[in-house]
Design a protein around this ligand. Sequence first.
Ligand code: FAD
Length: 377
Amino acid sequence: MEKKAEVIIIGAGPAGSTAATVLARRNFDILLIDKCQFPRDKVCGGVLTAKSMKLLEKIHPGVVFSLNLKPITKVSFGYPGTERKNESITYIYKKPLFYVATRKELDNALMENALRNGAKYENDAIIRIERLDDGFICHGRSGNTYSAPYVVIAAGVFGHNLLENTSKISYSIAYKAQTASVPITTATINFHDFGYTWILPGKGFFNVGIGSYDNSLTYADAENIVKKLFNFPIGKLNAAPLPMFDKTISVDLNNMVPGCLFVGDSGGFVDPWTGEGISFAMETGFCSAKAIIEKGGDRLKVNDDFLGRIRRIGIHLQIAGILREKLTTTLPERFDLLSDIRMAKLLYVYLNGYLKGIDRLMIKGFFFQGVKGIETR
Ligand SMILES: Cc1cc2nc3c(=O)[nH]c(=O)nc-3n(C[C@H](O)[C@H](O)[C@H](O)COP(=O)(O)OP(=O)(O)OC[C@H]3O[C@@H](n4cnc5c(N)ncnc54)[C@H](O)[C@@H]3O)c2cc1C
């Protein structure tokens, strides 16, 4: 069967559901296609920063109130792999640094919001996209085809493979488990030689995970490390890739085919310092919708318009790359840096919005008054 729409959106994660909501609200005929039946889970820390919260309130008003979010005002950091294994540094903030959500609940709420606004949903896996002079035909595993003049690819980190292209996004691997209880009360992030681990308290659950800075950490390694490091029973570990932002690749992908935009993980839009991707998924989804609404009469102009709209995200993500290199990967030697209150301030300001430069970050951090204290142990 062939189905037609004005815009086809592949993937109903935060990127796809946001694009669908914004376009459907402007009466575009939208087909939102996902290979999963919703509600579905996604391997993720579930951290919603102020950037994510602002976007949720702006684009999906009402959804925030329906979610069971746990506010986090205390975060501990440690470097257990060294002789400093018993030391930790805890930042305590006056307002939440972030909230913890479950992706099952969040993504389902966003997807339902898109449908409430008029988008249509199709449960199918797209296996190939055929390019025509005036649009696209997306071929589903079911045998159905879906055609439209515009396609937004929001299908997660491997979405860029749906069209033949030479720009390949590289990625790191992370593993996550959900667990009923752990013997800690604060959010904890520890740095190790292989990467990092996290324990995040949610409402009625703990989100536990392990990540690496590249894709070399195997499932067996992750299981062994977790058994050694966590002295409490944890649920089943699930793996997922985390795209590594590379400006050239993200721009190339979005310059490749008129009328085809790559958003969220499919465009590589994840913060290389913190691993935050939900806000960038919603923001790039929003920008793709805006580009189609504003320049939809001319397929050649849509891609340029989109790239113009995401320029500030690109600047932020490039700064993130510098912070990752200067701070995280050299952390063993710089662990004392973490006990400096300026780092606690910088982290809050950094997570709160898009940055225009490192100097601006420093200045904003200097004047920030929201740190209640720092505890070192
Ligand atoms: C372990 C881990 C922890 C993370 N923790 C955080 C965190 O705490 N906070 C944060 O902000 N970010 C975090 N991230 C990043 C975040 O999960 C992603 O950046 C975010 O989910 C990207 O959203 P998206 O909409 O682009 O893609 P996704 O959320 O991956 O959604 C893609 C959708 O596309 C569908 N799909 C895929 N292929 C096809 C196909 N061929 N046809 C049809 N449908 C398809 C999938 O079923 C899925 O529903 C984490 C990532 C990992 C791996």
